[in-house]
Design a protein around this ligand. Sequence first.
Ligand SMILES: *[C@@H]1O[C@H](CO)[C@@H](O)[C@H](O)[C@H]1NC(C)=O
Ligand SMILES: *[C@@H]1O[C@H](CO)[C@@H](O)[C@H](O)[C@H]1NC(C)=O
Length: 304
Amino acid sequence: MMSQKKILQCSAGALLLLLPWFGGLVLGEISNDFSQCLDFFYKKTPPQGITAAGHQPICQRYKNQYRFASLYRRQHRSPLYSAYILSPADGKRPDSTWMFEPQLGFSRAAAEMQCFQSTVDQNVIESQAVFEDYRNSNFTKGHLNPSMHQKTKEDREATFTLTNIVPQRAGSNSGMWNGLEKEVLRKFKAFCNGSMHVITGAMPYESEPRWINHRVSAPEYMWSAYCCPSYKSNLPKDVKPSFPTYAAVGRNDRNSGEEIVPVDVKARAAVRGYDVRRMSLEALEGILEQRLAMPITLFHGQCQ
Ligand SMILES: *[C@@H]1O[C@H](CO)[C@@H](O)[C@H](O)[C@H]1NC(C)=O
Ligand SMILES: *[C@@H]1O[C@H](CO)[C@@H](O)[C@H](O)[C@H]1NC(C)=O
């Protein structure tokens, strides 16, 4: 249940957000090419090779600032990836107040993500995932850009838009995928000497999509890669291969085959089958190319 206070915060926010619209000054969140939010990509270059059809760039805007970027797949009602700059959280995970992207429903709607109100417009429901889709789905809401990789309270709150979320099994979300997110954070703190650009995404099933609520497609795998071009000298030997780039693929279906990510049969039951395999950027790009049938370059010049 939302507290009264939170509802008030939400409504006040929504009112403010309408003002620029009445002034005729629409700063689109929905973008043709991420031009408003290129800073979130290494060398201002979004991943190359992904065909435009059905993919909607979103510059994720919250409280009057761009916070990160997502590529949304309209037919799947879920993102293909979110791209962000990692900055360790300076506080706790916020209470989750879930938001949506008004402009997916109406191109002239307010330019910022908004909280769900008690009634949700039909155009919004048709254009994207809503809270109801996840209820009783046996999937958790998996952040691509996780809130604890974002410094300020507002940046963390902004990750709670469903356009940054994919259906993720609990055994992955609170198990080994969570371990990967923590490892990346640790590596940033200990060894990255400058900006770390991260792109985290969903890998669809090879043949048919799997849907929750017949509407939102669940990924077979999660994937993630970072680029930290400026890192500390004298890296320990075991850390050297993690710089300047690092990547991983995580299982989101314990029944998947083991050709991409093998299973550790000795893992504890709650997380068994949700393994994460660390790999090079090149290896991840090879897997993505096969799966998405597109040659993909995640970071300009391989982050060199
Ligand atoms: C969720 O899991 C339970 C227990 O395994 C199962 O009975 C139920 O059908 C599942 N629900 C959906 C929507 O798949
Ligand atoms: C980090 O970068 C700064 C400036 O680019 C440089 O002066 C410093 O030596 C670097 N630190 C390490 C530990 O490599």
